[in-house]
Design a protein. Sequence first.
Length: 149
Amino acid sequence: MQEVDSNRVYVVALNRGTRKGWEISWVDIVEKKRRYFHPTKGGGWPKTPPNYLAWRYGGKLQGVAHITQYEVVRDMHARIPGIPRGEITDHVLYQLGPTFCPDHPVKTGRIFRNGRKWCMLDTLFTCTTISDAATESKERDSEAKRLRV
């Protein structure tokens, strides 16, 4: 169940290439098809669908979008025909709303090549790097938890 009142953004890294045998790139899946998917289990993927997804490539934040709906898809080919039948199974598929971005470049900062981060939406608009936004978001979460005790 999506937490509709959350301002948390899941920031993912996109590979600009096209996987062998595919007819669509990772960037085109997000920017042209307005979709993003990940496994239903394991690997540190969200257990609860986020409200917002942001993506980065080329060393900087490229966009943010509200997740308008989601579903678990048995075979991704049924929703994204450029992906071969049977290759991506049992994944959560997000439908993305319009893209919006800060009015300044937000560089990646100190994040592993394919690292994913949680950030509060406003921090992506007030920080100069995604890693700083993630750090500030984590500090806020810690402070909020401390005040609740």
